[in-house]
Write a protein that binds this ligand. Structure first.
Ligand SMILES: [Zn+2]
Length: 183
């Protein structure tokens, strides 16, 4: 008798920097957060900046989160793509400049794949500044790690673009809760 593996998934799209986001579902967590196989679209002007954003998350968590770069989407668990604009079909507002999709196993709560899209331009065709894009990168990585939006304005997970380049204590506390870290 054949056994069929029934994989039940939650797929959550989080369109970001929508002012009134309604996404409240749990986003899951990585089973091995120190071995997240990560692919970044190469040879793009933002490729190196994206690596800096990943490195920032590793630094503030004292390497409890580590992204291991791979050069193919065939073997990756986390993918980053750069796009002209965020597809309006997935955005909750006309302000979205980043998007994350997490695929989470509903039984274990483990994220087994995540995709991040980073826009070059606003929905109004304005070229985004380096600060806006870097903030967006930190924010989207937060989603990919399982963090939801925050109502606290100095959180990197506050859903509105602003000049806010740092990951806050609240963000780290929330991550600690998700992953069960002691310190
Ligand atoms: Zn967001």
């Amino acid at each position: 008798m054949k056994k069929f593996l029934l994989l039940i998934l939650i797929i959550v799209y989080i369109s970001c920097f929508a002012v009134f986001s309604r996404v409240q579902a749990a986003l899951g967590k990585w089973e091995k957060p120190q071995y997240i196989k990560t692919y970044i679209q190469p040879n793009h002007p933002r490729t190196v900046m994206m690596k800096h954003a990943f490195a920032r998350w590793s630094k503030v968590t004292n390497d409890k989160i580590i992204f291991r770069y791979v050069d193919s989407t065939q073997t990756s668990q986390l993918d980053v793509f750069f796009v002209n604009k965020i597809d309006k079909d997935f955005s909750e507002s006309d302000k979205s400049i980043g998007l994350t999709q997490n695929k989470t196993d509903i039984k274990s709560g483990n994220i087994y794949h995540s995709t991040i899209w980073i826009a070059d331009n606003s929905q109004g065709n304005r070229v985004l500044s380096n600060d806006e894009v870097f903030t967006t990168m930190l924010h989207e990585i937060g989603h990919a790690l399982g963090l939801n939006h925050s109502n606290t304005k100095d959180s990197i997970m506050y859903p509105q673009a602003d000049v806010r380049l740092e990951i806050s204590k609240e963000d780290l506390n929330n991550l600690r809760t998700i992953y069960g870290w002691k310190n």
